[in-house]
Design a protein around this ligand. Structure first.
Ligand code: PEP
Ligand code: MG
Length: 881
């Protein structure tokens, strides 16, 4: 039905996530498979979108629909709003399509008013509990729905405790709480100039509006941006009858994962608090008990819970994150969702689920977000340095990883430190959603309070950021900006290191080393390779990078940028002499000095790559990039060349360009100075002949010419370099196979690719320049304004990061079609930054390219994205964020 905006839990299912949000869909699913879920209903995401379209108001027919569903809940539970015997209370919670833990608003105990509080006291036989719930509700409602600062209430509570000479909230009796309720209502009146709403329906309307509006609060917007969640999905609202975990020693609340979210171990992992409500566990305010301890306290409830977790994991065929409440020894499930996990855990869980015959290899492959692999490829502490480091404290291993940085105590200080180029660790008593920007900017997070499911732990794991939580040995003084631990004090700006896998905190900075691919990760990647069609090469300019890429599974080099070899400190004088030479003779002399160095470079790269193909690109950047700029440098170059300082300065000024990226670079250099490309070609071929002699018969260098726009440029350059190759063959009396191809990075080349292919044996799409020239956005300057495009929602992502498939992709498509028309077997690849970006890799797969090429660290990501592209073609799969 088009105008249905509210669904009872028994009307929905897990398939209805886009309408009911993740939480609503799963509450419905749990209800329908017979698990104990307190009754309730979901107001859809479509209603949220409508709410914004209606100028942020709830329209009458929606209110009617809500009332109808409320009546149904009242009937089921035999409870009524505002009842003086047995009142209905509800929770109102957000629930987006993709989970956004802690980012949006929640209101508990809604329905409490002067009458219902009496009813609650009666039905529970606990007046203190009833008034405590009421004062909490007034505060929460005022804060979330009415924007009255929490501190106005908190200070009254503190004052009350002081006057009574007690420390804990629990020391206040029901008379105190009654008095507080009156004071809270007064605050409400002062702030809003009207009485605290007594009508539960009015409370509910205001709460629903607040949840809808929280979709666009700043922290939710940042979270969506970080996780690539579209801004126009809206959130659903779940209205659910309350159950109480804070009714005494036979009640409690908790969160559990069916497997360990840090390493994937197949063992129930979670925490609970006795006599606590709702968010207490997640907020990390009290350090909770381990889930296994529940077995001793309430054995029956525990075994019922374990059965429910098993049922849920089998039903969803994935690791679940489950929230539960126990009310007087009765278990209720309040939420289930696919558990957020580290990449390490994600791989282990996926591989285990395949081994347990719960999912297929294809499903396992689709379960891993390619970019998440990044976490597994990052450096870890060097074991010896780690053993020598001073341990200062131990906390909970909340999110794995290794991080060193200067400590800061406030999110904004971490953000400022990052802007100064410092690495930092965010240290907090406990984190809250307001800290999100600081958590993003920090290398790691350390909190003194909170458990494994605290906000810090959950969010850090989601971000793949190292986190040690619940480190109760340290005292965090956020005001004085120091950590006190045993007899030591660590001040803001001093270094510490965190081992998030062990939960250890060290003093100082610890050096790091590269990880290896092994165990389940290796196994998983072999499955990935069984599925993908695209080859994955790497962009590497040094033997070290090449070797690293091979470890990560690179099948060749797709782009070796030779200019990076020119920038070497020892070579730059010769490079500079080559550039500023005014005669061919002089230039050749400088090039002769560079030749053996380049030959050695190529030899070592071929060696590192073994039998794998290597594409070497001839010099690309504008010459002026290599020139000395300061007077001191110019002077020393002039001296070494034996020419006058002023003459050299003039020459350098001559070489300066207004628009270097569109200037004298790429093949244009070779038109002016063919001897540069000739030297490089000679080095490539001589190194190939050398390595062939040493036994690597199959060596097949691929020589790539940059920045071709017109086939006539390619013809000219190709003729020059082929002449040089023949010379080498004659001199050496030996031969080697080779290919000559070009980058397609100038739009004109893309649309005349049929002509270009008459000369080129391969194309490699340089999508960095193709994006620059296709959009007319300067690569060097676009960062300054593209961030505005992103923040204003004009672009979701910079086209330099994520390939613009429609426009730049269209140019690629044209080039592929035209190129193949001329040369059916033309080899096709991409070597722009997009070659390691998952959605762009998928596009390259669909385009029928032979390979993508990306930086070594993105090779596994591209391999996975390439496999997913194949699987996506055969099934329609969506992935949770
Ligand atoms: C490109 O333009 O996409 C490319 C790979 O070359 P570079 O980034 O070196 O200009
Ligand atoms: Mg380029």
């Amino acid at each position: 039905m088009d105008n249905k905006f509210v669904y009872s839990f028994h009307e929905g299912s897990k398939e209805m996530k886009s309408l009911l949000g993740g939480k609503g869909a799963n509450l419905a699913e749990m209800t329908n498979i017979g698990l104990p879920v307190p009754p309730g209903f979901t107001i859809t995401t479509k209603a949220c979108i409508n709410f914004y379209d209606e100028g942020k108001t709830l329209w009458p027919s929606l209110i009617d629909e809500i009332k109808l569903h409320l009546a149904e809940v009242e009937k089921t539970l035999n409870k009524r709003f505002s009842d003086e015997e047995n009142p209905l209370l509800v929770s109102v919670r957000s629930g987006a399509v993709f989970s956004m833990p802690g980012m949006m608003d929640t209101i508990l105990n809604l329905g409490l008013n002067d009458k219902a509080v009496k009813g609650l006291a009666k039905s529970t036989g606990n007046e203190r509990f009833a008034y405590d719930s009421y004062r909490r509700f007034i505060q929460m409602f005022s804060d979330v729905a009415m924007e009255i600062p929490k501190v106005r209430f908190e200070s009254l509570l503190e004052e009350m405790k002081e006057n009574k000479g007690v420390h804990n909230d629990t020391d206040l009796d029901s008379e105190d709480l009654k008095a507080l309720v009156e004071m809270y209502k007064k605050v409400y009146f002062e702030e809003k100039h009207e009485e605290f709403p007594q009508d539960p329906m009015k409370q509910l309307e205001l709460a629903i509006k607040a949840v809808f509006e929280s979709w666009n609060n700043p922290r939710a917007m940042i979270y969506r941006k970080l996780n690539d969640i579209p801004h126009d999905l809206g959130t659903a609202v779940n209205v659910q009858s309350m159950v109480f975990g804070n009714m005494g020693d036979k009640s409690g609340t908790g969160v559990a994962f069916t497997r360990n979210p840090a390493d994937g171990e197949n063992k129930l992992f979670g925490e609970f608090l006795i006599n606590a409500q709702g968010e207490d566990v997640v907020a990390g305010i009290r350090t909770p008990n381990e889930i296994s301890e529940l077995k001793d306290i309430m054995p029956e409830v525990y075994s019922q819970f374990v059965d429910a977790t098993k049922k849920l994991e089998h039903h969803y065929k994935d690791m679940q994150d489950i929230e539960f409440t126990i009310e007087n020894e009765r278990l209720f499930l309040l939420q289930t969702r696919a558990g957020k996990r580290t990449a390490h855990a994600a791989i282990n869980v996926a591989v285990d689920l395949v081994d347990e015959n719960l999912i297929s290899k294809e499903e396992a492959i689709m379960r891993i977000e390619p970019n998440q692999l990044d976490q597994l490829l990052h450096p870890m502490f060097e074991p010896k340095a780690l053993a020598d480091a001073q341990i200062i404290a131990k906390g909970l291993p909340a999110s794995p990883g290794a991080a060193s940085g200067k400590i800061y105590f406030h999110a904004e200080d971490v953000v400022a430190a990052k802007a100064r180029g410092e690495k930092s660790i965010l240290v907090r008593q406990e984190t809250s959603p307001e800290d999100i920007e600081g958590m993003v900017a920090a290398e790691g997070i350390l909190t003194a309070r909170g458990g494994m499911t605290s906000h810090a732990a959950v969010v850090a794991r989601g971000m793949g950021k190292c986190c040690v939580a619940g480190c109760s040995e340290i005292r965090v003084d956020e005001a004085s900006k120091v950590i006190k631990v045993k007899n030591e004090i660590i001040k803001e700006g001093e270094f510490i290191s965190l081992d998030g896998s062990a939960g250890t905190v060290y003093r100082g900075e610890i050096i790091k080393i590269q990880p290896e691919l092994s165990g389940n990760f290796e196994k998983f990647m072999t499955w990935v390779d069984e599925f993908r069609r695209l080859k994955v090469r790497t962009n590497a300019d040094t033997p070290k990078d090449a070797a690293q890429a091979v470890v990560f599974g690179a099948e060749g080099i797709g782009l070796c940028r030779t200019e990076h070899m020119f920038f070497d400190e020892k070579r730059i004088p010769a490079v500079r002499r080559m550039i500023v030479s005014t005669t061919l003779e002089e230039r050749k002399k400088a090039l002769d000095e560079l030749l053996p160095m380049q030959r050695k470079d190529f030899y070592e790269i071929y060696e590192a790559m073994g039998e794998r193909p290597v594409t070497v690109r001839l010099l690309d950047p504008p010459l002026h990039e290599f020139l000395p700029h300061g007077d001191e440098d110019i002077k020393s170059l002039a001296e070494s060349m034996n020419i006058a300082f002023e003459d050299l300065k003039d020459r350098i000024e001559d070489l300066a360009e207004f628009n270097p990226m569109l200037g004298h670079r790429g093949c244009r250099l070779a038109v002016t100075y063919p001897e540069i490309y000739r030297m490089q070609t000679r080095a490539i071929i001589e190194a190939a002949l050398d390595i062939k002699k040493s036994g690597m018969e199959s060596i097949l260098p691929e020589i790539m010419i940059p920045l071709i726009g017109d086939v006539v440029e390619l013809k000219y350059v190709k003729k020059e370099i082929e002449e040089e190759i023949q010379l080498v063959f004659e001199e050496r009396n030996d031969k080697v196979n080779y290919l000559i191809g070009t980058m397609i990075e100038v739009p004109r080349a893309a649309i005349t690719a049929d002509e270009i292919a008459t000369e080129a044996e391969f194309f490699s799409f340089g999508t960095n320049d193709l994006t620059q020239m296709g959009y007319g956005f300067s690569r060097d300057d676009a960062g300054k304004f593209l961030s505005d495009y992103e923040s204003k929602g004009i672009f979701e992502k910079s086209p330099f990061e994520v390939l613009d498939q429609k426009g730049i992709g269209k140019l690629m498509e044209i080039a592929v079609d035209l190129g193949k028309k001329t040369r059916a077997n033309i080899k096709l690849g991409i070597c722009g930054e997009h070659g390691g970006e998952p959605s762009s890799v998928e596009f390259c797969h669909r385009l029928g390219l032979d390979y993508v090429s990306c930086s070594p660290y993105r090779v596994p990501i591209a391999r996975l994205a390439a496999a997913q592209a194949v699987i996506k073609e055969s099934v329609n799969v969506t992935r949770d964020k």
